[in-house]
Design a protein around this ligand. Structure first.
Ligand code: ADP
Ligand code: MG
Length: 267
């Protein structure tokens, strides 16, 4: 299953969600591949891997046709989480992609080839804060879209544009993409605002919103500085427990439903 985590707003918790869902899904026994599509490389460094090396990364996959398998690295904290790292040159990919053939399909094709030989339960793609060609590649590659929404003022602003982009992708590029979950992030139970925003998002998106919301947690924000997920850094922190619960809920919604659907088809 390929899951893209996108929201063109920066700082809403995309990377934190990718890194911690990856760790939590691995603890649930799933094999996970993280693809860091953000030139800032925060998922890469957050998982304890340097993004300032000459090793090939997602740039080389997108622009130089390097096989994904040649870029995958292991992650210090986990044996079942693997990573396609970002590197500094990824910033140029957005522009270089413009003139390439089948420019929206490059990641999709590369991942399909990789997954044929390397069965992986969940691929999690971290997106940059824009709706450019990198995010488009992620939306075309994915079956599921997870949208983190920060419980702050203007939480819903810009979402219309994201939803329209998703509709366009479904119509023209990837009919099997579906918005599978919305995850409320950085909730603060002490403020009415946070609750109001959460209510507003739930009223608007209904069942798409995961029951689990991720609270603001200092431990989650400290963890990347140690090159670890919050889930591994402080297993019993509120943030870690919330991401574990979100991972269970997400698995239940997506993987399990898909498996029972394919069993039903086969029997
Ligand atoms: P994005 O990838 O959408 O830009 P990040 O995941 O990098 O967002 O989060 C933005 C900032 O907020 C980071 O400094 C991150 O450590 C912090 N952060 C994210 N989620 C939480 C949380 N639940 N509690 C506290 N800090 C968080
Ligand atoms: Mg990010």
């Amino acid at each position: 299953m390929i899951v893209t985590v996108a929201n063109q707003k920066g700082g809403v918790g995309k990377t934190t969600t990718v890194v911690n869902l990856a760790a939590a899904l691995a603890d649930l026994g799933k094999s996970v591949l993280v693809v860091d599509l953000d030139p800032q490389g925060n998922a890469t460094t957050g998982l304890g891997v340097s993004s300032r090396t000459d090793n090939p990364g997602v740039y080389d996959v997108l622009i130089e046709d390097v096989p994904v398998a040649d870029t995958v690295v292991s992650v210090p904290e986990s044996e079942t989480v693997r990573l396609v790292p970002a590197s500094l040159d990824l910033a140029g990919a957005e522009i270089e992609l413009v003139s390439m053939v089948a420019r929206e399909y490059r990641l999709r094709k590369a991942l399909a080839t990789y997954l044929e030989d390397h069965p992986t339960d969940v691929v999690l793609i971290d997106c940059p804060p824009s709706l450019g060609l990198l995010t488009l590649n992620a939306l075309v590659a994915a079956e599921e879209l997870l949208i983190p929404i920060q419980c702050e003022y203007y939480a819903l602003e810009g979402l219309g544009q994201l939803i329209r982009t998703v509709d366009m992708v479904r119509e023209h590029l990837n009919p099997s993409l579906r918005i599978s979950s919305i995850l409320l992030t950085m909730t603060d139970s002490r403020t009415n605002l946070s609750e109001q925003v959460a209510d507003e998002v739930r009223a608007f998106f209904g069942d798409l919103v995961l029951d689990t919301a991720i609270p603001r947690s200092v431990r989650l924000s400290e963890a990347p500085g140690h090159g670890r997920s919050g889930v591994a850094y402080d297993q019993n922190s509120r943030g870690a427990l919330a991401y574990r619960s979100a991972a269970e809920e997400f698995t239940h919604r997506t993987i399990d439903l898909r498996e029972s659907a394919s069993e039903a088809v086969q029997s």
